[in-house]
Design a protein around this ligand. Structure first.
Ligand code: ATP
Ligand code: MG
Length: 476
């Protein structure tokens, strides 16, 4: 597993001492970090494992006289022997200077200006070295709220200043294409060796600057199977509510990274453990505690997502959100049906609406995902109805497959007694005569019948004439 780092691992302590001298650096904003250089023959990150396009960007920047490195997840993951997801470049060139060097580039972001250099489908993210913010520029390029939240961070600096502005030590390793060495300013190599995720600088200050770093801590701990350094973990539970200040659109993106990158189950566990899940999905968090099957349902949905990704099969945020919010929908449906005396279908529609609008205060859910999510929920009420033409309408619904998978999930989690799922499994593959036989089974009241629930019609309440104050008499 530790392909890139293996040589380093064989003699970790020794190697570190002889190569770099003293103890592991703990850079803080007040101390000038010392650089440690891992020469090419001391690591296994080969140019063959790196993106050709990212290397092109480095060479062109270097040739134009700008210092430039590969940095972040790509170097961390390469050292761990994993295939990097994307490639990030840090450089001394300003966004405008980068823009001028690459025709295929554009500047994005306001809060954090960066340049995207596009090569077909691959995008290389080029970031100018960040410096210390706040002091010299009178707030023109950086801006912080009274609570310490970094509203803008566009002050340029040197590579060592850039290193200590990054989040975790293992994310602050710089690969140079001039001699293929790796530069470490914050003790990241040692932490990588020890499998520790450590926030750079004073944790509380860094979380206040950007509370999303708490989510990133959970995500990387889950993805890399690293432990959090004690001082990195300590403030999280108390500071978790700072996430409520983050725009829902940004949190939506983070949720996708947490749950659609192949480590969803572990991310979910770490998030709950750290008290962060409740800041993203407050209502689900409550429902998870109230409903005995809810945790199994969410975990199973996440496990299926991880499996699908491992098999290179598609996954959709619609299904993910459908599962994460389903426990709230069922809870609210019962409540609405009771309070407003509504039948189940409109009660669930109203409940779904409420659940979505509350969730939107925390994470956005773009319409292209919330619409199919609602379909998946609504079809849960159609799936038990297997008489007449309706059954074929359900089968032909564009969201049938997702809804059927969702039904299996509910049965597996113990929300429903198994039976209905199997009926649909058979029905999908059946020929016409078998289909009619299966439908007849339903009419005959076979066990496959009603998702384990007896079919029950609510007696309709007679509406009272609202203009009348006396109770209706029997002969009315
Ligand atoms: P991956 O791409 O595998 O999810 P990554 O570490 O590359 O992981 P990115 O979001 O691509 O993560 O960010 C690239 C780098 O930018 C990080 O490694 C880190 O050095 C820095 N970075 C990203 N977000 C933050 C942040 N909120 N605060 C400080 N530094 C950050
Ligand atoms: Mg990255």
């Amino acid at each position: 597993m530790f392909k890139g780092f293996s040589r380093f691992l064989q003699r970790p302590g020794e190697r570190l001492k002889t190569l770099f001298g003293a103890e592991s650096a703990q850079a803080s904003e007040n101390t000038r970090p010392t650089r440690r250089v891992l020469p090419r023959d001391e690591h296994d990150v080969s140019r063959r494992d790196l993106s050709e396009n990212a290397l092109k960007v480095l060479y062109r920047l270097n040739n134009a006289g700008y210092d430039a490195y590969l940095v972040g997840g790509c170097i961390r993951d390469s050292l761990l022997g994993n295939r990097p997801k994307d490639f990030d470049v840090a450089t001394a060139a300003t966004p405008d200077e980068v823009r001028q060097l690459f025709r295929n580039s554009r500047i994005i972001g306001r809060r954090f200006r960066i340049v995207h250099v596009r090569f077909g489908r691959e995008v290389i993210e080029v970031t100018t070295f960040r410096g210390r913010h706040g002091e010299e520029d009178g707030g023109n390029h950086s801006q912080q709220s009274d609570e310490g939240l970094l509203l803008r961070d566009n002050v340029w600096g040197s590579v060592e200043e850039d290193a200590i502005r990054r989040d975790f030590t293992v994310n602050a390793l710089y690969y140079s294409v001039s001699d293929f060495s790796i530069h470490d300013w914050t003790g990241g190599l040692q932490d990588l060796d020890d499998r520790i995720l450590r926030l750079i600088g004073d944790p509380e200050t860094r979380y206040r600057e950007d509370p999303v770093r708490m989510l990133r801590a959970a995500r990387f701990a889950a993805k890399l199977d690293f432990s959090l350094a004690a001082e990195t973990e300590a403030p999280i539970r108390e500071l978790a509510p700072l996430l409520l200040q983050i725009p829902p659109a940004r949190l939506f993106e983070e949720v996708l990274k947490l749950f659609l990158s192949g480590h969803a189950v572990q991310s979910f566990r770490v998030l709950r453990e750290l008290g962060l899940f409740a800041m993203l999905f407050p209502e689900s968090d409550e429902a998870l505690q109230a409903l005995p099957w809810a945790e199994a349902l969410v975990e199973q949905a996440l496990a299926n997502t991880d499996t699908r990704l491992a098999e290179d099969r598609p996954v959709t945020p619609a299904f993910l959100f459908a599962a994460l919010l389903w426990p709230c929908v069922t809870q609210r449906t019962a409540q609405v049906a009771h309070e407003q005396d509504l039948p189940e279908v409109p009660a669930q529609q109203a409940a779904a609406q409420q659940v979505i609008s509350r969730q939107l205060q925390h994470t956005s859910i773009p319409k292209r995902f919330s619409m199919p999510m609602r379909d998946i929920w609504e079809l849960q009420q159609q799936l038990p109805r297997r008489r007449g033409r309706r059954v074929f309408q359900t089968l032909e619904h564009p969201r049938f497959r997702a809804a059927y998978d969702f039904l299996l999930l509910r049965e597996e989690a113990g929300e429903l007694t198994p039976g209905l799922g199997q009926w649909w499994t058979r029905f999908q593959d059946a020929d016409e005569s078998e289909q009619h036989q299966l439908m007849a089974e339903v009419d005959g009241g076979h066990p496959a019948g009603n998702s384990g629930k007896p079919r029950r019609r609510r007696p309709r309440k007679r509406r009272r004439n609202p203009n009348r104050s006396t109770p209706p008499t029997l002969d009315e």
